[in-house]
Design a protein around this ligand. Sequence first.
Ligand code: JD8
Length: 385
Amino acid sequence: MRLDYVSIFPDFFSPLELSLPGKAAAKGLVDVHVHDLRGYTHDRHRTVDDTPYGGGAGMVMKPEPWGEAFDDLLAPTTTVVFTTPSGEPFDQRLAAELATREHLVFACGRYEGIDQRVVDHARERAEVREISLGDYVLNGGEVAALAITEAVVRLLPGFMGNAESLAEESHADGGLLEYPVYTKPPEWRGHEVPAVLRSGDHARVAAWRHEQAVRRTAERRPDLLTPSVLDDGTPIVRATPGDAGELLTLQRACWVQEALANDMLDIPALHESLDDVRAWLREWDTWVVRRAGRLVGAVRGRLEGDHSWDIGRVMVAPDLQGSGLGRVLLEHIQAVAPPQATSYVLFTGAASARNQRMYRKAGFRLRPDLPSPPGAVVLTKRRVT
Ligand code: JD8
């Protein structure tokens, strides 16, 4: 990938030699060129700015130097990146897209910005992306160009030692924030490393890490959690400890139906107490749906072993059964399964015909070969990613 930077502060990019792109250049993955915009001026003062048409404070960057810079640098395969506070938000998805390009030219503005005709002219010659680093104001486009460069270059094939770790990162698809990380010593200034991480039990470690990632994301970036919504826009949201009472009520209502359908009362879910519900809320990723404030649906999931996503407690208020809410909850809990989950498992009453129909329609298969709780059947499904 060729990278060109045009700026009135070309030294801003000297760190490129040192950092990531420096290593990438060493690997022949990138070819970096930095250009001083004043090099494309012809007057004694090397003028790049002038007063704004329409008045107002500050100065605007003149179009002519940019035009000459583009005459020098643009090719049909070029993507020109104008870093600007009014651009499309930069994120990991856009980083991955830019990493597919052969040639990026970063046009880094200063003052109040660049004459708009420069952008319009560039669009006539090449792909143009106006990109913002975030909703805060910087004094120029250079910092954003550096940040975008780092996020893009590290995605270039052959750059990162193990591509696998890229997939597990924050903001990679799947969208959870990082789980907390630790290293030696096991105890530091009164702070212990969580015992599960020193247990050697990979399954428990993976489950703990996923739980931490989901918990952090729900607390810090709920917007990142795949907000599944029902057709009427009702969101499916993470359950909170405060939902325990209503969950118990909904669970009792649903499992009374299961007891009637299966002519048996000895079903664990039917006998759980409020404390039992509170306990499993802490161990399972649980999602709920509220309509007009009433908790009308729920589902939970957790990692069982290294790769099996255990789904359970698919609950729909009796008066809403048949509305498709169960199907949407089932789709959602599959979608939020962690990257390492390669299959799903669940069970339901052996005589729960409607449930079994819904699961089979969703691609689950009965597994009489697997052990099941008394009076229940197990169904599994391979995850297609
Ligand atoms: C390019 C000039 C300064 C901006 C008057 C302050 C990106 N996320 C971002 N925040 N700010 C920028 C950015 C700021 C720039 C330029 C990018 C060129 N300025 C201007 C408008 C208000 N001054 C950015 N990417």
